[in-house]
Design a protein around this ligand. Sequence first.
Ligand SMILES: Nc1ncnc2c1ncn2[C@@H]1O[C@H](COP(=O)(O)OP(=O)(O)OP(=O)(O)O)[C@@H](O)[C@H]1O
Length: 237
Amino acid sequence: MKGAAEVTDKPKKYVIELKNLRFRWPGKQGWQLALAQLQLEAGQHLFIRGASGSGKTTLLNLLSGITTPDEGELWLQQTAMHRLSPSKRDTLRARQIGVVFQQLNLIPYLSVLDNVLLIARFANEKVPGLQARAALLLEHLGLDAALHGQKASSLSVGQQQRVAIARALLLRPALLIADEPTSALDADNRDAFMKLMLAEADESGTTVIFVSHDQALQGYFNWHLLMDQLEQGVQPC
Ligand SMILES: Nc1ncnc2c1ncn2[C@@H]1O[C@H](COP(=O)(O)OP(=O)(O)OP(=O)(O)O)[C@@H](O)[C@H]1O
C-alpha cells in the first residue's frame, strides 16, 4: 500500500494479529487460504492441526513473512508485516520470530553452539552474553556442554531438533513458529521435547504457534485452530 506506515505508534494488545488474510498460489484457482481473524497475546500457545495438504505450511510461511498475503493485514506487534519489503521482513523475522521447520536448516559442518549463535548474525544483533545464553539454553534442552563443540551433523535427529529450538529461542523472540518439529521422535522423546520447548518459550514470554497433524499433541496447548474450520477462528482446548 503506497505511503502506508510500516510501523504504528498505537500500542498493540496482540503479539500477532491478522485480518481478512487471503492467499493464492500462482496459477491455482480460488483462495488456498482465507482466514478472517487471528489474534494472539504474549505467552499464548496455539496448536494448529490439519491433514496433509490442508495448508498448514502455507499459513506458517505467511505468519513468518516468508510469503506475503494477496489481501489482508498481518501485524507483528506494531509492525505491519504485509507492508514491509522482503529484506525488512527477513530482518524482522530473524529478530522477532523464532522459526523451526521440518527440515531444521542446521549447517551440518558448524558446531552445535555456532549453529545456535548463527541467528544473531542474521539478525545483526550484538547482545552481550549471547554465547553464555546459547550454552545455557542447550543445557536446559538436554544437550550438555560436551556436545556443544561437535558438528551438528554428528547429532541424532532428536538432538538436532533441540538445537533448532535453541537457535529459534536465542534472541527471546516475540513469536515462536514450529512446523512439525517432533515428527521424527518416539512418544517419550516427543513428550520431553514438547515440555522443554514450551518451558523455554514461557521463560521468555514467547507466544507459540505449533502446527501438526498429530492430535496427541493438542493437550500441551491452551488454544487450537483446525485448518478445515479456519472461519471459526481460534478455540480454547
Ligand atoms: N510452492 C507451491 N506452489 C504451488 N502450490 C503449492 C506450493 N506449496 C504448497 N502448495 C499447495 O498448497 C496446498 C497446501 O499445501 P501445504 O504444504 O501448505 O499443506 P500442509 O498442510 O502443510 O501439508 P503437509 O502436512 O503434507 O506438509 C496444497 O494444495 C499444495 O499443493
